[in-house]
Design a protein around this ligand. Structure first.
Ligand code: DX5
Ligand code: ZN
Length: 218
């Protein structure tokens, strides 16, 4: 059976107690920490930048999974790598040279991810799979937590799972947006192996119960 990883999104945490929140989800069984970087330009919201990642880094051993919703992204890749990111994912729409951006992330010694918006087709990945460690399917339009899951993205997850299997490569398949106890089983059935969850974890009374529930092992 595939191991399902849960990556709680810090966007839904209590911003006045971020260090504590990160320690709490790690203790509760979270696998990765998902960090949503928004610039108020590529997406209609502003979140936080590399200095927050640097400040949180000593508080956790979890891989830091940085989701860049910024354009351009290239000028900031080194700053996120130096701040403590382990994975850096970006949207193909963030710049004209996806291949070069992925090369840059790999050259910084980090894992590279490609994020597909709900309207973005899977074809853009066809010639960069050799540079891709993670594919992230957005199941909401990026910019905000707490939105409803777009079921139209399940077919895309299944298509990507087939593409990954055919390639024979070790590529994680992540889903982000509206992942809850209700939608997680569909994501897993379609072939996702990493679930991002903001509200479903940080909005729960017991983080460990929420994480175990999302993994389907509760
Ligand atoms: C949306 C972000 C998501 C968001 C998920 O732009 O990429 O990571 O925080 O939040 P929920 O799980 O609440 O939909
Ligand atoms: Zn995200």
């Amino acid at each position: 059976m595939t191991k399902i990883r849960i990556a709680p999104s810090l966007l839904a945490a209590d911003f006045a107690r971020l260090g504590e929140e990160v320690r709490a989800i790690e203790q509760a069984g979270a696998d990765w920490l998902h960090l949503d970087i928004m610039d108020g330009h590529f997406v209609p919201n502003i979140s936080f930048g590399p200095s927050l990642i640097r400040a949180l880094r000593p508080h956790s051993k979890m891989p830091f999974d940085v989701h860049l919703m910024i354009a351009p992204a290239d000028p900031y890749l080194a700053a996120f790598a130096e701040a403590g990111a382990d994975l850096i994912s970006l949207h193909p729409e963030a710049g004209p040279h996806l291949h070069r951006s992925l090369q840059t992330i790999r050259a910084l010694g980090k894992k590279a991810g490609v994020v597909l918006n709900p309207a973005t087709p899977v074809d853009c990945l066809a010639h960069v799979l050799d540079l891709t460690d993670l594919i992230l399917v957005m199941s909401v339009n990026p910019g905000f937590g707490g939105q409803s899951f777009l079921t139209s993205q399940l077919a895309k997850i299944a298509e990507l799972r087939r593409m990954i299997t055919e390639s024979g490569r070790d590529i994680a398949l992540q889903v982000d947006g509206g992942v809850t106890l209700k939608t997680a089983p569909d994501c897993i059935a379609a072939g996702a192996d990493v679930l991002v969850a903001g509200t479903a974890v940080f909005g729960a009374a017991d983080y460990a119960v929420a994480i175990a529930g999302l993994k389907g092992s509760a």
